[in-house]
Write a protein that binds this ligand. Structure first.
Ligand code: ZN
Length: 286
C-alpha cells in the first residue's frame, strides 16, 4: 500500500466502512438490494455520502483512504468515482466482513450510512442478518453493527471517530463509544419510513462532521470494549442456534441464546461473523 503498512500507525490513514440503509432518502429494501432502478438510484445517493465523508476526512488532514464496502453483495460503489483516489475493498466473502482491511496501521475508522440494531424502531433496522438475529448485547448493552464492528477496531487499537446514518444508529453507537462524532441524516418515522435531509444537505453535514472527526482523531481513544468482551446473541429459531453453536468460540446458553466471550476481541468478532455466514442458509429457509 502507498502509505504505511501493518504495525506502523499512520494517523492520517483512514478506514471507511460503508453500509447503505443509513443513507438519506433510503427507506426500503428495494432501494438497497438488487439491480432494479430504485437500487441504482440508491447507490448514487450512497456514493455521494461516502464521497462527502472522504472529502471531509481529507479536509481534516487524511492522506490515504481505504473504503470497505460492507453492504449486501459488497460491490455497491463505482471505484472510479470514489473521491480522494480511495482504494476500494469489495465483493464477498470477506473474513473480517464489514471491517475487512483494517489493521493497526490506521489512524481512525469512519462508519458511513449505518442503521440501527434489529430492535430499533427505524431505518431498515437489523443486526447483520435480519432473518437470523433477534438481539445482540455487547457487554450487556444492546448494540447493532457499529458496536460489533468496533470490536475489530478495539483489537487493533484504532479509534472509531464518526458514524453517519439515522438517529437510532447514531444514538446506539454513541452509548457504546462515547465521544464519537455523529451525523444524523434521517429522523425515524417507522422501520420503513423516515424523514430525510435533502441529499445535498445530508452530504454537507457529513462532510463537516467528518472533517472535525478526523482533525481531532489524534486525541480520540480506541473503543472501550475490553479487556474482555461478552456478546449475548438471541437468534430467531432453535435451528439457527444449533448451527451457530458449531462455530468455534460460540456456546449455547438456551434454546435461542448464544454467548461469545473472551479477551481476544478480534476472535469474538470473527466468531460472530462466522456464525452469521454459517447460519445464513438455515435462516433463509425459516
Ligand atoms: Zn448493515
Amino acid at each position: 500500500m502507498p502509505y504505511g503498512g501493518p504495525g506502523e500507525r499512520q494517523l492520517m490513514k483512514i478506514f471507511l466502512s460503508s453500509d447503505m440503509e443509513g443513507t438519506a432518502g433510503i427507506v426500503d429494501w428495494e432501494q438497497c438490494t438488487g439491480d432494479g432502478l430504485p437500487a441504482v438510484a440508491g447507490r448514487r445517493l450512497l456514493l455521494a455520502e461516502v464521497n462527502a465523508a472522504i472529502e471531509g476526512a481529507l479536509a481534516g488532514g487524511a492522506r490515504e483512504i481505504v473504503v470497505n464496502d460492507s453492504h449486501s453483495a459488497m460491490r455497491n460503489l463505482p471505484p472510479q468515482e470514489l473521491a480522494g483516489q480511495a482504494s476500494y475493498i469489495s465483493g464477498s466473502h470477506k473474513p473480517l466482513y464489514m471491517m475487512q482491511g483494517l489493521d493497526d496501521s490506521f489512524g481512525a475508522v469512519l462508519f458511513v450510512s449505518y442503521h440501527g440494531s434489529i430492535g430499533a424502531p427505524a431505518g431498515l433496522s437489523h443486526t447483520y442478518s435480519p432473518r437470523a438475529v433477534a438481539e445482540v448485547r455487547l457487554n450487556g448493552v444492546v448494540t447493532g453493527e457499529a458496536g460489533l464492528n468496533a470490536l475489530a477496531a478495539a483489537h487493533y487499537g484504532v479509534p472509531v471517530v464518526l458514524i453517519t446514518g439515522d438517529r437510532c444508529a447514531c444514538e446506539e453507537t454513541a452509548a457504546l463509544l462515547p465521544g464519537i462524532h455523529t451525523a444524523v441524516v434521517k429522523e425515524p418515522v417507522s422501520r420503513l419510513a423516515a424523514h430525510s435531509l435533502h441529499p445535498t444537505r445530508a452530504c454537507a453535514l457529513i462532510r463537516e462532521v467528518a472533517e472535525k472527526a478526523v482533525a481531532t482523531a489524534g486525541q480520540a481513544a480506541p473503543p472501550p470494549l475490553g479487556p474482555r468482551a461478552t456478546l449475548e446473541v438471541s437468534v430467531r429459531t432453535s435451528d439457527i442456534a444449533e448451527a451457530a453453536s458449531w462455530v468455534r468460540g460460540v456456546t449455547r446458553s438456551g434454546s435461542r441464546g448464544l454467548v461469545i466471550e473472551g479477551s481476544d476481541l478480534l476472535a469474538v468478532y470473527r466468531s460472530f461473523c462466522s456464525m452469521i455466514l454459517l447460519t445464513r442458509t438455515i435462516a433463509e429457509a425459516v
